[in-house]
Design a protein around this ligand. Structure first.
Ligand code: UTP
Length: 290
């Protein structure tokens, strides 16, 4: 029996420079897709996968995220006075249980690997899920749930992967595949942002991981990788051969919401998936396309 995945890290310490000026004083993770901030999609996905403890690695200027998951007395009172039951129920239902959420500060944005490492003492000796809120997945079954279900059988480390066009491999961590049954790929190596001609495959990692606690040792010992940031991919690569390592081809569509075009596409896809909006959105799209 492998230890269950009970904890999740949400690294939200990045600067979000690709979304300036929107992200000058607002965290990128609070950008809404339709009417919900990116970070709330990620937290809901984690909840649906059975996660019980939520660890946010924040930075300066990110307090809006803490407020979002806290009680807002004035709003609650006003909604109560105005008998807005639906909205009241909505904001109450998204509140975590007391003690379920922890915030830890990444004092300097030294990269994703460093952000994850900052959470080491809160994770302890058990596997942990990591969700990057700017990678949004539209799926019938939430992406992390698909991973947790597969992890029950594989144990070890697991990343969510998708096939990308070869010319895009330089944007991703890419798998060197040992065996592949079409859904799960056993991994023998990882390459960070390879040029298309050097990429060992086109199976690319998106922002969903389940990692063993050993990753913290490798992150702690890391020399700085590409771009002078502590790279998560480097630490993960060091665990290959010591523990099982799999890529799961998740079912669903992923949107890179850290990028303007990906974010725009997500707005369209999520709005079209909403019964209350789909008709009007389709009409608008048709009018612009025509
Ligand atoms: P990105 O590579 O998207 O970087 O980080 P970024 O700073 O958020 O955005 P750009 O590139 O400047 O526009 C991927 C994930 O890692 C987190 C981010 O918050 C995001 O969820 N991250 C990144 C940190 O938590 N700390 C860091 O130092 C860097």
């Amino acid at each position: 029996m492998f230890k269950p995945v009970r904890k999740a890290i949400f690294p939200v310490g990045g600067l979000g420079t690709r979304f300036l000026p929107a992200t000058k004083s607002m965290p990128k993770e609070m950008l809404p897709v339709v009417d919900k901030p990116l970070i709330q999609y990620a937290v809901e996905e984690a909840k649906a996968a059975g996660i019980e403890q939520f660890i946010f690695v924040t930075g300066r200027g990110k307090s809006a995220i803490e407020d979002h998951f806290d009680i807002s007395y004035e709003l609650q009172q006003t909604l109560t006075e105005r008998q807005r039951q639906h909205e009241l129920q909505m904001i109450n239902s998204m509140l975590p249980e007391p003690g379920q959420v922890a915030y830890i500060r990444q004092q300097e944005p030294l990269g994703l690997g460093h952000a994850v490492w900052c959470a080491r003492n809160l994770v302890g000796d058990e596997p942990v899920a990591i969700l990057l809120a700017d990678d949004l997945v539209l799926a019938e079954q939430p992406c992390l749930k698909q991973m947790v279900d597969a992890h029950v059988y594989t144990g070890g480390n697991m990343v969510a992967v998708m096939d990308v066009p070869r010319e895009q491999t330089r944007r991703y961590g890419v798998l060197d595949v040992l065996r592949d049954d079409g859904k799960l790929a056993a991994v023998r190596g990882l390459v960070e942002k390879p040029m298309p001609e050097k990429a060992p495959s086109t199976l690319s990692i998106i922002g969903r991981y389940i990692l063993l606690p050993e990753v913290f040792d490798y992150l702690g010992a890391a020399e700085h990788g590409a771009g002078n940031e502590i790279q998560l991919t480097d630490a993960m690569a060091k665990m290959i051969g010591r523990h099982p390592f799999h890529g799961l081809r998740f079912e669903g569509k992923r949107f890179d919401c850290g990028d303007k075009i990906g974010f725009f596409e997500a707005q369209v896809a999520f709005a079209l998936a909403r019964p209350d909006l789909a008709k009007d959105v389709k009409a608008i799209l048709r009018a612009y396309a025509g």
